[in-house]
Design a protein around this ligand. Structure first.
Ligand code: GUN
Length: 295
């Protein structure tokens, strides 16, 4: 007997496009009001292939909504002090609304130092402790792009969240931890009962099977399998991995942390990879940049 797929896609491209229309209008308003469009800069240190692709997508997205963007490429051998000096200049640059330093950084550079050096009012990635602290307290701030993109995705598709059990797998500073906080807030989308699972969690599958909403942010290709998912769950896949595939022209295919083909038929909604969370992350960055420009 063949299984009938009844799931719906949390389509990040569609949702992102809808939000970007509003962002483009916002950019035009900013231009009319202060004579220049919102301006985002991205700093890329070294030539990691994936980081280069992400940064280029961010720059392209800026163009698509009428923002100005600047890409600052620094060699992988850049000294930590030099990078900190660049950051100081960007902090002071009055023509710039916000900037990001693409992670990961080369090993000889301390990411924590870099994050702390970015002025909180230009930290459109929302990684500075001041922004994270304000997020925890529910104060106005720049929300980290990936979890806030997921929140917007849930909102766009009117996913019910109040009283649901959300299981977030992965406790990274940029995804899992802030995701757990956003889903537990007393607003929509939120009011979930949240379990934050991680590498030391015992019997992960028994927890994920209880999830009404499952956010997979582990960083392990296709780790979430059908036996780990409850029937009717909403599954959000944050992972993105290149898997060698000789049948593809590029020589690889993209997969997430979720084994899509076997998990999707069990879901009510699922965010695909690619085309789910990815486009939403970039949209959130644009929203933060617009917010910075309006301040
Ligand atoms: N590396 C992976 N995701 C991100 C992100 O959202 N921002 C930055 N700066 N680096 C990343």
């Amino acid at each position: 007997m063949t299984e009938t797929a009844t799931y719906q896609l949390l389509d990040g491209k569609r949702c992102g496009d809808a939000l970007r229309e509003g962002i483009a209008k916002g950019a035009a308003e900013v231009k009319a009001k202060r004579g220049r469009v919102p301006h985002l800069a991205a700093v890329l240190v070294g030539d990691d292939g994936a980081s280069k692709t992400y940064v280029e997508s961010k720059v392209k997205a800026c163009e698509s909504v009428g923002f100005r963007s600047s890409l600052i490429r620094l060699p992988g051998t850049t000294a930590e002090d030099d990078l900190l000096h660049h950051i100081e200049q960007l902090n002071k640059d009055k023509d710039l609304d916000g900037f990001i330093v693409q992670l990961p950084l080369p090993e000889h550079i301390d990411e924590e130092k870099v994050t702390l050096a970015i002025a909180p009012d230009k930290d459109v990635d929302g990684f500075h402790p001041e922004n994270i602290g304000r997020m925890v307290l529910g104060l106005d701030c720049f929300l980290p792009a990936t979890p806030s993109g997921i929140v917007e995705l849930l909102r766009h598709f009117s996913i019910e969240t109040a009283g649901k059990h959300a299981v977030v797998v992965g406790r990274s500073h940029i995804v899992g931890t802030p995701m757990s906080i956003l889903l537990s807030r007393n607003v929509y989308p939120g009011n979930c009962t949240v379990t934050l699972a991680h590498s030391r969690t015992k019997d992960l599958a028994s927890l994920t099977r209880q999830a009404d909403i499952l956010v997979a942010a582990v960083g392990k290709p296709e780790m979430i399998t059908a036996d780990m998912v409850k029937d009717g769950a909403v599954v959000v896949d944050v992972g993105i991995h290149r898997i060698p595939d000789a049948s593809k022209k590029s020589g690889f295919r993209l997969v997430g942390d979720v084994k899509f083909d076997e998990v999707a038929p069990k879901c009510s909604w699922i965010a695909p990879v690619p085309g789910g969370v990815g486009p939403m992350t970039i949209t959130s960055l644009l929203l933060n940049t617009l917010k910075a420009a309006r301040r």
